[in-house]
Design a protein around this ligand. Structure first.
Ligand SMILES: [Fe+2]
Length: 540
């Protein structure tokens, strides 16, 4: 690559810093005055594909990252800013370009770029691409949300989570990419920090990441997957994160498992930075030393409001965790029976943190949209097991925070907020459940519905343990842990359809998904109803 003249470089850097600081919102307005710099690449710089996300009625966010050698430090890019072009068009042949501009890929952001394209028409499909010298990125397809006062007939989305690269092929993403849906909602474990040698279909590029370069390489491993790239290129995504984007079972500033707490702060920051660089996230989400904003709210006309929550960064430590002990001391997924006692000792224990919890409660109460979809990383309905006279629960899930769960569901019940549907992942099983203020208590009314997607690839619980969970929790209407896949959700004015799409176990290189289960939720009636029995999957 040719190096630019020093003065050009300085001007580019200054602009990049302004952009990074959020002081310049419009790259279109700022950049065309700069002198041209035309780098030459010996490899395709668009190896990681393109993505879009955060659809609003008048805007959408476009993403790519320049990485001609994605597993090298800096993606194989020289440590200088590079300017590239982007185009957004009505058609995939780019004959009717409706917006275009230039954007800086800065080495401080791993040469990732995000373009918030504004002033667009609501409820429209667009196509986009990036251009750099002779290189042209793959073409992405995206859409804007409907106008705030429109009442669209439907919203179709794919709900997915938990895509351990080593444990299977991303067959679910292959189907998602080919599906006629409006958006993808990914609710956590986008990458995995760790490996399980017992399930190794294909290998990560190295040991668990600790540095920014290592997290960038880990994200590159995932982004190089053709099926994942296709799902990003086909639809706009909304994302929540969970623990494995950083470390298993971490809570706030407390590292999970064997991680030293002081080291963990730096590890978390590197992980957040790499996550920001690889997902279609807004510039004002740029992580700093204090963390990164992940929670947000989205609308689909008057049909639906979607909350995307952050259940990791602001949560209280799990029961049994010792904040003072080097190594964090989290007990994570160990089954415990002391969650209720911990709540009595510390009644404000929280999954979301006070500020996010209040924001969600007031937003739900104020919402005028028909459906209120609350997307977060885990299963909210009870999933403990009754064994030899004891109730054992996972300390990391909502069962480990019963007070926080009761606060959220009580708020929904007391304010009579209707048509609330919790959407989750994390547990590596499809789950359909009723949500009550008092879990599993038939005298406590059903106040909301829950739909949880299984994992794209990550191994689920053995069937006998899954059966024990079902038998121990009357609120669970359906749970299957031997399926890999995703869920399709379609919302209309009077109903919501949930389809659990599944591969057979194990998720090897299969071309099609194998079975599905359907549930329906009617407006004004909390609680899902099963829609026929399990059936072989029809083509997508
Ligand atoms: Fe997971």
């Amino acid at each position: 690559m040719h190096a630019p003249r020093r003065s050009t470089l300085q001007r580019l850097s200054a602009l990049a810093l302004l952009l990074a600081a959020g002081r310049l919102r419009s790259t279109e307005a700022a950049l065309p005055r700069l002198p041209a710099w035309r780098p030459r690449f010996d490899h395709d710089p668009f190896t990681l594909g393109v993505a879009s996300g955060q659809p609003r009625p008048d805007s959408v966010l476009l993403w790519t990252r320049l990485a001609p050698h994605p597993h090298q430090p800096g993606g194989g890019m020289p440590p200088v800013p590079v300017r590239l072009r982007w185009e957004l068009a009505d058609d995939d042949g780019f004959r009717r370009i409706v917006r275009h501009g230039e954007v800086l890929a800065h080495p401080d952001a791993g040469h990732s770029v995000r373009v918030p394209v504004q002033g667009l028409a609501p409820g429209r499909v667009y196509h986009y691409r990036f251009l750099l010298d002779a290189a042209v990125s793959p073409v992405g397809r995206t859409r804007t949300a409907p106008a705030p006062d429109a009442l669209p007939d439907r919203l179709r989305l794919a709900l997915a989570s938990c895509q351990h690269y080593e444990q299977g092929r991303f067959i679910a993403h292959r189907e998602i990419a080919a599906s006629d849906i409006d958006l993808v909602l990914f609710v956590g474990d986008y990458i995995y920090d760790s490996s399980n040698p017992a399930f190794l279909l294909r290998a990560h590029e190295g040991p668990p990441p600790r540095t920014l370069d290592e997290y960038r390489a880990r994200h590159a491993t995932y982004k190089l997957d053709a099926d994942l790239q296709a799902a990003h290129a086909a639809h706009p995504w909304l994302v929540c994160w969970d623990d494995h984007e950083v470390r298993n079972d971490y809570a706030g500033m407390l590292g999970g498992e064997d991680e030293d707490t002081r080291d963990f702060v730096a590890i978390r920051q590197a992980a957040y930075q790499a996550y920001f660089e690889h997902l279609p996230l807004a510039l004002d989400q740029l992580p700093g030393p204090a963390g990164m904003r992940m929670h947000d709210r989205w609308t689909w006309g008057r049909l639906a409001e979607i909350w995307t929550l952050d259940g990791r960064q602001h949560r209280s430590a799990q029961v049994g965790a010792d904040a003072d002990a080097p190594g964090g001391g989290l007990i994570g997924q160990r089954l415990v029976d002391q969650a209720e006692r911990a709540e009595r000792d510390a009644p404000r224990r929280s999954v979301l943190g006070d500020a996010q919890e209040r924001w969600l409660q007031s937003g739900l109460a104020a919402s005028q949209r028909r459906w209120k979809l609350v997307a977060q990383a885990s299963q909210m309905s009870p999933s403990g097991i009754d064994l030899m006279g004891r109730r054992l629960v996972s300390s990391d899930g909502w069962d480990g925070y019963p007070g926080a769960r009761a606060r959220l569901l009580s708020g929904i019940a007391e304010r009579r907020i209707d048509n609330v549907v919790m959407l989750g992942g994390d547990v590596h099983r499809h789950v359909v459940a009723n949500l009550r203020v008092q879990p599993n208590d038939p005298r406590s009314p059903v106040v909301a519905s829950e739909l949880v997607t299984t994992s794209v690839t990550t191994r689920g619980l053995p069937a006998p343990l899954n059966d024990l969970i079902r038998e121990s929790n009357t609120d669970i209407l359906h749970a299957r842990s031997d399926d890999r896949g995703y869920a399709r959700i379609e919302l209309g004015h009077r109903w919501l359809h949930f389809v659990a799409r599944a591969t057979s176990f194990p998720a090897r290189d299969q071309a099609t998904l194998s079975s599905q289960v359907r549930f329906t939720i009617e407006t004004g009636r909390a609680g899902p109803q099963q829609d026929g029995s399990e059936e072989p999957a029809a083509p997508a």
